[in-house]
Write a protein that binds this ligand. Sequence first.
Ligand code: SF4
Length: 493
Amino acid sequence: MNPKKNTLSKSTLIRSIQCSKSLYLYKNYYTLRDNAGVVQQQKFDRGHRVGKLAHQLFPGGKDCTPPDASSYNESIAATKLLMQQQHPVIYEAAFKYNGILAALDILENKEGKSYAYEVKSSFRISNTYLLDATIQYYIITKSGVELEDFSLVTINNDYVLKDSFDVHSFFKITSVMDEIRERIPFVEKSIGSAIDILDAPLIPEVAIGQHCTKPYPCDFQGYCWKHIEKDSIWYLPGVSMQEKSNFIEKGITTVHQIEINDDLNARQKVIIASYQDQQPFLQREKLRTFISNIHYPLYYFDVEAFQPAVPVFKGTKPYDRIPFLFSLHYKASETGELQHIDYISPVGEDDRINFIEHFLSATSGEGKILVFNTLMEKTILFKLSSDFPDYKNEILERIKRIIDVEIPFKELYYYHPAQQGSFSLKAIGNALLQKDEFARSQVKDGEEAMAVYNELFYEEDKNKTDLQLQQLKAYCKTDTYVLYEIFEKLKQL
Ligand code: SF4
């Protein structure tokens, strides 16, 4: 639904602080927004679920959530009434001041005093969260409600799920009143600026820059970035946003205008020269040495994991990485047939022991295990080896056999301009193989695989679950197949 043109809320104020053009587009050209991707939507749903869970800290509350986004006036009236009745706990309490809306996760009324709590599904209190809290505090108090304290409710990093879930150990409550007081003048000023933007006759002129992704990825990037040419400095890889802004300030707007000199590091020189000449860069001897140490039989391995904010299995912590899927291609010899095996865990079950046993059985023969960027695989395998000591020695033996196929790319033994500065398996595969094996994949990348599997815990349609498990398997299989193809191509080079 289109937002009301002349009203502000906490989230639109945050938007305007990040970029005035974003607020204007949101209010006047709402349909130009990018669609929320799977990952973004999962983060939103996760935040919502964690917020609901925190209600258990203050049981017995009355919920003022509006039936839809256009019914906030009902929530405001309901909140007012409950406060007059001195109801002890109100969830999703709503307030309005000077046309600006704010909803609060939990409002507690105790002995004639009111206490505000806002829930965040993170471990850390960031500056953005403090700004959020200040806006809420400002609107609530200006609407006539006196607050005794304002706290952020975050997730406790040290929490471990025991036999049953303990909501009081899972969350941490931190008063942020001092931080709020410091930020009130800034918020007051920002509200004034946001009101001016709403009244502006034309779209504010704001150049693209760091603010398009920080602190939040802006959902008008599809609109603002579509006119940017492919050789724009903004797409220059291996250079920070700040350095790109510096180039723009000096009038250098395309990669071809950059002079290769000693102001650039070795990595930037290779990437920029390759981009300017449209020629691959190859350090043949280094690549030859890397390849010559790898002999058949070979396994090509990839693992996918999910990270539930609220631990679902005993002994795990918030956001622990739990493996649920692996794909393994295998080749016994140079001329041998390429074989494939995979394993996916049933949704909702603590299947880690089965997962380990399938992995160990599939890799029981000798041979190196090729992986693209070993960090994820090694971290997961080390964690499994410490959580399940009966399998420790065998898992450690597999870890010793792992070789990282990302090394020749990371170390620039080979760089292709079509990588466009990306060192992901997909970008390297597309550049090197001149085709996109992932084009038909329903799952875009590992982050999306994680989000999809995570959401299956809440999916009730069994057919949909089965379909998505098949899509996840297909994605992971493509991953190890591309890894195999990349390795074959490296040998030819
Ligand atoms: S994409 Fe960048 S410039 Fe465009 S509205 Fe968003 S933040 Fe502003």
